[in-house]
Design a binder for this molecule. Structure first.
Ligand code: UDP
Length: 370
């Protein structure tokens, strides 16, 4: 009845479905949630687009991906510049001259570089083998202690010396006065929200919500030639080789009767005691909703609490350490021997993908299938 069944209406599913449908294939998209857009889902509250499953800031170096998303949304010029709050002391992120000046009083790039080098040497690190050593060798012990250690341990629920170094390399370190969190050439947020953008991707493609593929796999498989599966790879195989570990998140969202809570979209709480990692104030992702413009007297904020994933929770982040890497490889082998199924996306490939990487990988996979 269909050429393709796409399991999951998130970015990976929507992009593959779009490419396949544009090539004349008959597609059916299903999702077990009551809405499309997966974890990039946004919904309007008090006139503000709320990022229901955590903040998503679109950024990419790929001209191809940037041109592609323009087909489905207009992007604003939002630039992510989170602020770190360490027990009431505020620091600029990512790590740049404003951060170094506040931390050490250094004024020039040379002074900052010398300070980092001095702390790196004192710690005796030559070849970093884990996140802690990587962080200290990039920014020194003071910044590690105040801005990285507590946040990372809350975020991942594991000590920094047990985490892979690549996670901290996501953050730029700059000897310039530049608070832009990303190095990407292109950056912004879709005007009107991500749900609208994903809806445009799925335009004209049959989409059924509240449908759980794994609950009745045989029946779904009968309908289609091929399945694109974007859920957790271990769940697909009934967790037969054991559970892959994920980090989950709990969100506490509040509408406040004030126009401005924290003056920025994201504030990271980098001490170990505060139970949340960050507070998002959603209106600052958009424009024309500022206090001066007196457009909105209210604001919506979300506190983000990380937790270890357990059955029934939403998986958000794969834990890409050695142990899980090995288990994933075993699942990957099982996946490779599934003749009818393609696995993709953050959960299907167990990879800490950003949105642009998901899109690129989905475009390439669709091309390959076609
Ligand atoms: N990180 C940190 N302090 C911060 C922000 C990030 O130590 O204030 C570390 C932390 O280990 C985190 C990693 O950098 O997991 C990557 O951060 P990013 O903002 O890319 O994470 P995401 O937004 O994907 O949760």
């Amino acid at each position: 009845m269909y050429d393709y069944l796409i399991v999951g209406a998130g970015l990976y599913g929507a992009v593959t479905a779009r490419s396949l449908a544009d090539a004349g294939k008959k597609c059916l998209v299903i999702d077990k949630r009551p809405h499309i857009a997966g974890n990039v889902y946004t919904e309007e509250t008090e006139g503000i687009q709320v990022h229901r499953y955590g903040a998503h800031i679109f950024h990419t170096n790929s001209r191809q991906v940037w041109d592609y998303v323009q087909r489905f949304a207009e992007f604003n010029r939002f630039t992510n510049s989170p602020v770190a709050n360490y027990n009431g002391e505020l620091y600029s992120l990512p790590f740049n001259m404003y951060t170094f000046n506040k931390m050490w009083g250094v004024v020039t790039p040379d002074e900052a570089a010398a300070k980092i080098e001095e702390q790196r040497r004192a710690a005796g690190i030559t070849e970093p083998t884990n996140l802690e050593e990587q962080a200290i060798s990039l920014v020194g012990t003071d910044i590690y202690e105040k801005l990285i250690k507590g946040y990372t341990q809350k975020q991942w629920g594991r000590p920094c010396d047990k985490l892979p170094a690549f996670i901290i390399k996501r953050l730029p370190v700059r000897l310039t006065f530049d608070n832009n969190y990303f190095n990407a050439l292109y950056q912004g947020i879709p005007v009107g929200g991500y749900t609208k953008m994903v809806g445009n991707m799925l335009d004209g493609i049959e989409t059924r919500l509240n449908e759980d593929y794994l609950a009745d796999r045989a029946a779904w498989d009968k309908l289609v030639e091929r399945v694109i599966y974007t859920g957790p790879i271990d769940a697909f195989f009934g967790n037969s080789l054991g559970n892959l570990e994920y980090r989950s998140l709990r969100f506490e969202t509040e509408v406040l009767d004030i126009p401005n809570f924290q003056g920025n979209a994201a504030v990271n709480y980098t001490d170990a005691q505060t139970p949340w990692t960050r507070i998002i104030e959603h209106k600052w992702f958009e424009f024309g909703k500022d206090a001066q413009g007196n457009d909105l007297s209210k604001t919506v904020i979300t506190r983000e609490y990380p937790s270890e994933w357990k059955p029934g929770d939403e998986p958000y982040y794969p834990v890409n350490d050695e142990k899980n890497g090995k288990l994933y490889e075993q699942y990957r082998k099982l996946a490779d021997s599934e003749p009818k199924v393609t696995f993709g996306g953050r959960l299907g490939e167990y990879r800490y993908y950003d949105m642009d990487q998901v899109i690129l990988s989905a475009l390439e996979k669709a091309e390959e299938l076609l």
